[in-house]
Design a protein around this ligand. Structure first.
Ligand SMILES: [Zn+2]
Length: 324
């Protein structure tokens, strides 16, 4: 039985605000007098999770708070064999809330730099934007990305029913500036949200996307354009979108010919880890190590990592697979 912690992993869909260690959160909540409701792994619905998330955000105020959680993210990820991570951070929202547009992102980048040096992991950032928020704030997200080369992509999160068309000019500007586009879609809303993320949103990857299966034409669109999906089984189960890991459509996504990658999305809220997600594929869905190595390689291929990092990770995954 190969050790899944030793599998060299790329982690593509993980929200920094949902990686905060429980003791760190408690300490910050005490400091600022914030009440953090909601129990890990037991959110009744999306609304409860969103309320919990709001409280976490309220615990992040000083540059050192942001740097600390970014540093601790590196430590947690490295400890479970993640070699490369693209961590999602709602930089413009924090900047607006704290009336300091660049501080939150720059503090996160400083924390990641220290964490990478200490823990031998490589990290980049994706700046996300809740769809309900203004086009101006999304433009600000693009400005932040262009100003900081460690930011590899921007993208849409939040209510998938909100149309992407108002943001179309920003998507085109990002494309021209060489900034990647990664959108949440097909998680809460149906296959048409996935099609919209590809055609209007110019998505390089889709966060979740499993509801694409509801429409064969959308599956074909993803297949034709080879758009990878970031599949996050535990998140889907904890947020009540899928009944159980054993009934998760990940197997059907693979059978449909789609490029599947694996991520945690909100690990501090689900109690899972990236190694834990791979373990679930093995234990609950019976995936063999060939399929597991294929998924791990897909994540490397689908990442915005430098070519040298990708080559090395692919080799190391093959070595893991060749071992016993
Ligand atoms: Zn997400």
């Amino acid at each position: 039985m190969r050790d899944l912690a030793a599998l060299p992993k790329a982690h593509l869909h993980v929200h920094l605000e949902s990686t905060v260690r429980a003791d760190t959160l408690e300490e910050l909540a005490d400091r600022y007098g914030v009440e953090v409701a909601g129990q890990v792994g037991a959110f009744g619905d999306f609304g409860q999770f969103a309320a919990h998330n709001g409280a976490v955000r309220d615990c992040l105020r000083r540059a050192e708070d942001f740097s600390r959680i970014a540093y601790e993210f590196c430590a947690e990820e490295a400890a479970q064999g993640t070699r490369y991570a693209e961590v999602t951070f709602t930089a413009a929202a924090h900047g607006e809330r704290l009336r300091d547009p660049d501080m939150p992102l720059e503090a996160v980048l400083a924390g990641l730099a220290a964490g990478q040096a200490a823990h031998g992991i490589e990290c980049r950032v994706i700046v996300d934007h809740p769809r309900k928020r203004s086009v101006a704030r999304f433009e600000e997200s693009l400005r932040l990305a262009v100003a900081h080369p460690q930011v590899v992509a921007i993208g849409m999160a939040g209510a998938e029913g909100y149309p992407l068309a108002p943001f179309a000019a920003v998507f085109r500007a990002a494309r021209e500036a060489g900034v990647g586009l990664v959108h949440h879609a097909g998680e809460c809303c149906g296959a048409s949200s996935v099609a919209e993320a590809v055609t209007v949103g110019l998505a390089d990857r889709i966060g979740h996307g499993f509801r694409a299966l509801e429409d064969p034409e959308v599956v074909r669109l993803l297949e034709d354009r080879a758009v990878p999906l970031e599949v996050c089984p535990s998140s889907n189960v904890v947020l009540g979108l899928v009944e159980s890991v054993s009934s998760h459509p990940v197997t059907r996504l693979i059978e449909a010919g789609l490029v599947v990658t694996l991520s945690t999305d909100i690990p501090s809220a689900t109690g899972t880890s990236l190694t834990g997600e791979y373990q679930l594929l093995r234990d609950e869905l019976g995936f063999d190590d060939d399929t597991i190595a294929w998924i791990a390689t897909n994540a490397v291929d689908a990442s915005f990592a430098p070519q040298g990092t990708k080559d090395l990770l692919r080799q190391d995954i093959a070595t893991w697979r060749a071992g016993s």
